[in-house]
Design a protein around this ligand. Structure first.
Ligand code: SF4
Length: 122
């Protein structure tokens, strides 16, 4: 049996949870959470941890900006973050770019897009 301490980041309370796992890494118990959302967060962290990514993409044709800020349209698997950053670094966008423009579609087959979070119009 393994024990893991995990801070819930779903809300600002930041409950410190203790997770007990069996020898096959299946959850036996979750304690320390104040609400059900903490338990769901713990289950997701153990079985399929995911994160949003924020970064920048290089941009050509702007007199003012060298990059445009971007983010994932939803969370991607945590173990794909490094590879995803490499994909983002390969892209060079051209002006104009508008908020919400998809700069990479279905990055790494995750069904998640990389979208612009700011306008770079000239
Ligand atoms: S367990 Fe509930 S109350 Fe505690 S940090 Fe998570 S969401 Fe907030």
């Amino acid at each position: 049996m393994k024990k893991i301490d995990l801070t819930c980041v779903v809300c600002p309370f930041g409950c410190l949870m203790q997770i007990e796992l069996d020898d096959n890494d299946k959850i036996i118990s979750v304690t320390g959470n104040t609400c059900k959302r903490g338990e769901t967060y713990a289950e997701n962290e153990i079985t399929d941890p995911r994160r949003n990514i924020c970064s920048t993409v290089r941009i050509e044709g702007s007199k003012v900006h060298n990059v445009v800020p971007v983010k994932t349209s939803s969370e991607i698997p945590k173990d794909k973050i490094f590879e995803c950053m490499k994909e983002i670094n390969k892209v060079v966008a051209k002006v104009p770019v508008k908020i919400g423009d998809v700069l990479i579609s279905n990055v790494l087959g995750t069904k998640v897009d990389i979208v612009a979070t700011n306008n770079v119009l000239d």
